[in-house]
Design a protein around this ligand. Structure first.
Ligand SMILES: [Zn+2]
Length: 227
């Protein structure tokens, strides 16, 4: 099977890149103008070069200019645990559907069999376009709407982020060569939702990532009994 991977350069999709490297013919990154896109994409380039996988970047800033999220423009990224209500501001409305549609067009045009997305079980809490219902509907649309009946692959749909990270590390992913932080700074902040989740997921996996404030995440996770 020839797979196109939607590849941000974050922890989950870098895991997918390593686990399925023998079947991935093209990795596509979307720069939709978020604070962290540039640093993520730098990591995506690095991992693809290392594995010899073709990589393309699609620049979406203009297309996304009327879509509102705290991840875009001068939006302020909330701190804390992912499941908290204020994390809803980090949703980029219909982002996965937009990326999947473009990726499916590329896949159908270039002889691919499938598009892979690395969304996992834990993504469902905040993101309506990561739910099982959404993905089932989207996979039908992709298959029925293409000449090559493009399949949607979600290999991590039943895994939490810790399991995703473990699978990636087992396939020789180096966590420090991925980027997650919504703030988009040189070092991961350690305070935003994705940093807190990342620190939780990488516990015990020899994470060499530099965080501004790793104690903040550990405090929150301890409070919730997750550390
Ligand atoms: Zn962060």
């Amino acid at each position: 099977m020839k797979i196109l991977l939607i590849y941000s350069g974050g922890l989950d999709s870098t895991s997918a890149l390593h686990v399925y490297k023998d079947q991935i013919g093209l990795a596509v990154s979307f720069d939709y103008g978020s604070h962290h896109n540039a640093r993520e994409i730098a990591m995506a380039r690095l991992n693809c070069a290392d594995l010899g996988i073709k990589h393309e970047v699609i620049y979406m800033q203009e297309v996304m200019s009327d879509i509102k999220s705290s991840l875009l423009g001068d939006g302020k990224v909330p701190h804390g645990h992912y499941a908290e209500d204020n994390m809803k501001s980090t949703v980029v409305p219909f982002r996965n559907a937009i990326m999947l549609s473009i990726a499916t067009g590329i896949a159908d045009s270039n002889g691919f069999d499938a598009v892979m997305i690395a969304s996992h079980r834990g993504d469902f809490a905040q993101y309506p376009d990561c739910t099982s219902d959404f993905n089932t509907s989207m996979s039908i649309a992709m298959e029925k709407g293409t000449h090559n009946n493009i399949q949607l692959l979600r290999p991590f749909q039943n895994d939490d982020k810790r399991e995703v990270a473990r699978r990636g590390v087992k396939a020789h992913m180096i966590p420090a060569l991925t980027y997650s932080c919504y703030e988009g700074g040189e070092k991961h902040c350690g305070r935003c939702g994705t940093c807190v989740e990342r620190i939780w997921a990488l516990k015990g996996l020899n994470d060499m990532t530099k965080y501004d404030d790793p104690c903040y995440a550990q405090g929150i996770l301890t409070e919730k009994g997750e550390w």
